[in-house]
Design a binder for this molecule. Sequence first.
Ligand code: G4P
Length: 532
Amino acid sequence: MPTDSIAAEVSRRRTFAIISHPDAGKTTLTEKLLLYGGAIDMAGSVRARRNQRHATSDWMAMEQQRGISITSTVLQFGYHDHQINLLDTPGHQDFSEDTYRTLAAADNAVMLIDAAKGIEAQTRKLFDVCRMRGIPIFTFINKLDRPGREPLELLDEIEKVLGIDVFAVNWPIGMGETFRGVYDRLLHAVHLFDRTQGGRRIAPVTVGSIDDERMRALMDEQTYLQVAEEIELLDAVAAEFDQRRVEQGLLTPVFFGSAANNFGVQLFLDAFIDFASKPGIHRADTGIISPEDTDFTGFVFKIQANMDPQHRDRVAFIRVCSGRFEKDMTVHHTRLGKKVRLSRSLKLFGQERETVEEAYAGDIVGVINPGTFAIGDTICLGKPVAFEGIPLFAPEHFATLRNPNPSRYKQFLKGVTQLREEGAVQVLFHQDEAKRDPILAAVGQLQFDVVRFRLESEYNVETLLEPLPWTMARWVSAKHPDDLETIDWYFDSLGLKDVEGRLVILFKTPWGLQQMSERNPHLQFHEIAPSS
Ligand code: G4P
């Protein structure tokens, strides 16, 4: 395929993930983006699924009943001649390393904030990962239809707490009961919305200049005066909108709205199409891979196992980085050094699976994976390349995994090793070889459930899980290897090693970490595994 047609496909694509704290409105916003993108006619279907998801606390029963656990890994829809890929980052119960890894496959992030709550813990963690990758971050401040914090105060918090500059692209007109719409600061236009029943349909909108008397008449006089004053103030003090700084992840464009009522959703989507980065370059061992390169390349960022014994398959999710993906293509699997035919390639929309005929950089393709793929694997055509791996993030949950049945020890070890290789969980080991039980380490508690369930159903090994009190882990390195032998230990910490033999120290509190680092100034403590 000629390079310029690949380039045209690439420039149409926008790939992003939403980062937020549970309950900020991610499901609602996702659904409204689909509504405005024309992918669904009426809002309601995604929410119904969410309620279903929350209705049962028994996760395993839910997985079995649902059949396939890839409800919405990627939602793909067209909008104004663009192809949008929205990558799902699972919510609270589902929080896991997958959440972080998904961000490795996104070119942009949308940070969703509840106007009454401001920056919350999970948003912050996910923000840090986006920051590390230097991707553009767009902010949508939601729930303006409810009494919330002052918009200026929220902007200030984003700047101070997250250390990113802000540019308010639009500004709310009223708040709570009086919330009527937004003023678009780039287009200098007022957008006043009408509510629709349950926010199920596109909200009717009246657009005009803020100086237009007819628009003024549509607003509550006090609200009008306040907005006019705030906008003047903002224009006087705020920095210019700088697209380059947005692309570098140094400036976040901020939008206000109400996802539930569809206020501000379309404006957001329009601006997002304009300002979000198209698929970019990726670093590989051979140098930079450009999305317009004709040779196909991609990497695996997530593996999802189906819990249903009737359809026990695993799907490896591949982020296309360059060239053109075609159904049934045979690619080079760099880690295994062999050819692999991608015979069953899937596009996933909600629970529906559809065969993918072709895909370009920025797209996500699911392939049925009979154990061939692990997280971070590269597949390619042409000259073999290997992308830089997906970083390993510091776990926050720890538990000893025991196998009470000695006759199943071999299967137990095999299962734990395979699930670790697949990326389902991290495994740490005692430095004292006599203590053989592995310690499972995870970013989210759910990962333990998955591992135990899969050990039982796929390896026929029942296990016991003993939770451990540690809450933080850091990989530790030193310039001089001798320094690792003479550590001044803080009593409430535990030294373990990871599968590559790197030292990992566990702590119960940030205080413990602080103590250790003060006592050992020659050591470096890493939240992300350093390359060994
Ligand atoms: P999440 O995926 O981020 O966890 O959030 P979700 O969309 O499920 O929204 C969490 C709650 O916030 C829901 O209320 C939802 O209706 C509400 N919400 C989302 N956007 C807005 C908004 O713009 N304004 C207001 N006022 N509320 C909003 P719920 O009571 O948990 O569920 P439901 O009874 O509405 O289904």
